[in-house]
Design a protein around this ligand. Sequence first.
Ligand SMILES: [Zn+2]
Length: 80
Amino acid sequence: MPIPIRSCIACRKRENFSELLRVVQVGNQVLPDQDHRKFGRGAWLHRNCFDVAKQRRSFQRAFRCDEDLSTDSLENYLNT
Ligand SMILES: [Zn+2]
């Protein structure tokens, strides 16, 4: 089976999906989806790219969302 390749939403580098963290938009929040089981539109990024993604509003772009999305839960997850 071919390995699924995904692009990081911050640096756009293409990567084996196991190297990336899947995140989903739930309401106005961006949440980590470590089991790949959450519903909703998903996006992928390197854990190290979170700060860049936040600065560049990559989440809004990835989820095609004009409103501000809260990344607090994701940030807490990455910091633990
Ligand atoms: Zn990246």
